[in-house]
Structure formats: C-alpha cells, structure tokens
Design a protein around this ligand. Structure first.
Ligand SMILES: NC(=O)c1ccc[n+]([C@@H]2O[C@H](COP(=O)([O-])OP(=O)(O)OC[C@H]3O[C@@H](n4cnc5c(N)ncnc54)[C@H](OP(=O)(O)O)[C@@H]3O)[C@@H](O)[C@H]2O)c1
Length: 230
C-alpha cells in the first residue's frame, strides 16, 4: 500500500544534448535569468528542497528565495520565508567551511548512523535524520514518509543525477521540470539528469507531458510520472 509522503518534483536544467554539467562537474550556471526565476519559483512553492552531496560539493551554496513577491506569498500562506534545505549523503563528508553553512536557511542532514557522527552536537544542521535499511543504507522511502510527518508536504529535488536515479528506482517522484538550454556540453562522463544503473526500455518509468513553455532560447518541459497503475 502507498504510504503518505511529500509530493515530489524534480527541477533540472540541461544542455540540448542532455547533460546537467560539463565533464568537470562544474556548477551548472548555463541557464538564463528566466531559468533561474523558474527554479526560484519552484523552490518558493516547496516546504523543503532536497539535494545530493555531490550537488552541494559542486556548488558550495544553495539557491534561496529572494524575489519580494515570492517571499510575500510565502508569508501570506503562513510559511517560513525559506523552505528547509536537506542534504542527502551516506558519508556526510562535507566541508563545514562552504558558504552553504552561512546561508540564512534551516539545514537538515539525511544520512546514516556513521554519517551523523561528525555533525552531532554542532550548529550547522538543525536536524539530523537517520533512517537506515538493515544494510546501513539510507531508507529513502521511510525518510520521505518521515518528512511528511514533519509537515513537509511539497518537496523539490534539485539534483543531481545520482539522487534522481535513486528516487526514480523507488518510484518516489511525481513531477519533473526539465529546462533545455541552448548549448552542447557532450562528454561521456558529464552527468545527466538520471545516473544510476539505468532502466531497460520495457521497464522505464513513463512520463506524461503536462506543458511546454518556450522563453527565448530555452524550452521548459513539465512532466508527470505515470504511476504503474495508470
Ligand atoms: N543542471 C542542473 O540543474 C544541476 C542540478 C544539480 C546538480 N547539477 C550537477 O550535477 C553534478 C552532481 O551530481 P551527482 O551525480 O554527483 O549527484 P548528487 O546526487 O548530487 O550527489 C551524489 C552523492 O549524493 C549522495 N546521495 C545521492 N543520492 C543518495 C541516496 N539516495 N542516498 C544516500 N546518498 C545519496 C551520495 O553522497 P555521499 O557520497 O556523500 O554518500 C552521492 O555520492 C554536479 O556536476 C552539478 O553541477 C546540475
């Protein structure tokens, strides 16, 4: 039976050849101002954002809501100005000196018993959530169910490809926004929206196209994940 979990939306920008970063795994700063606005709008509509440690290591920061209209809207809805920013990592091997830890947001760490050790009793993370499988991996379905009990109703996943793959494998994604940006990054090792082991085509998650918006040179694709029973 389906357990209660947050409504989960992935938001990613990619090159026209389907890469979310270049071969150096540099931060993806190739989106336009319109793409940044789109991303900020999605973040503003969430109770929490979730990203993998690889994404945090690449950027060193997280995107906060700054547009006055979006902040006003959150206040009117009785929400805190910023959603909670949640990092998922088995190792929790993160540099405490990065700017992320100075940003005015609530930070939660979703990790393993081993990962939690070095962050306990410190101020960087407001909450450290440990939900493990018997083999010591993060129990992601249980973690999302736990988030729902903490009033996280809408979750936005900001990448990267490894996290998105793990969520897709467990059928934990409801919607996907992909911005197709007008450049080609190429490179067999450059990351794509979905890493992991991949899906055989007859078992691939299927999408329903909800909308397509074109703004200047970029295309914003909005999909819904079809559930197996659809
Ligand atoms: N274009 C865009 O919109 C966009 C958005 C985000 C990121 N990016 C790019 O994507 C690249 C980073 O991607 P990435 O493939 O490294 O992916 P990632 O998912 O951000 O990071 C992978 C790491 O996150 C942790 N992780 C991910 N899923 C997990 C899970 N289910 N359970 C436990 N830990 C999990 C693990 O950390 P530990 O190893 O610490 O256990 C894993 O090694 C960067 O180059 C970045 O620039 C692009």
């Amino acid at each position: 039976m389906m357990q209660h979990r947050p409504h989960t939306t992935v938001v990613l920008a990619m090159s026209a050849d389907g890469k979310i970063a270049d071969i150096r795994r540099s931060p993806a700063r190739f989106g336009s101002k319109a793409d940044k606005t789109h991303l900020e709008k999605q973040i503003a509509a969430s109770d929490a954002v979730l990203f993998g440690a690889g994404t945090l290591r690449a950027y060193g920061t997280t995107l906060t809501v700054s547009h006055p209209t979006l902040l006003e809207h959150r206040t009117r809805e009785g929400k805190p100005l910023q959603p909670v920013h949640i990092v998922i990592t088995h190792s929790a091997n993160l540099n405490p000196g990065i700017n992320f830890f100075k940003q005015p947001v609530k930070r939660w760490l979703l990790t393993t018993t081993g990962g939690a050790i070095s962050w306990q009793g410190r101020s960087e993370f407001e909450q450290i959530l440990v939900l493990e499988t018997p083999t010591g991996k993060i129990d992601t379905p249980a973690a999302l169910q736990h988030l729902a009990t903490l009033h996280i109703t809408r979750l936005v996943v900001l990448g990267g490809g490894e996290l998105v793959a793990s969520l897709l494998e467990l059928n934990l994604i409801d919607e996907l926004w992909l911005t197709v940006c007008p450049l080609i990054l190429g490179g067999t090792t450059a990351p794509t929206p979905v890493e992991g082991r991949g899906f055989l085509s007859h078992l691939a998650p299927k999408l329903q196209l909800l909308e397509v918006n074109t703004v200047e040179q970029e295309v914003f694709l909005h999909y819904r994940l079809q559930q197996p029973a659809d």
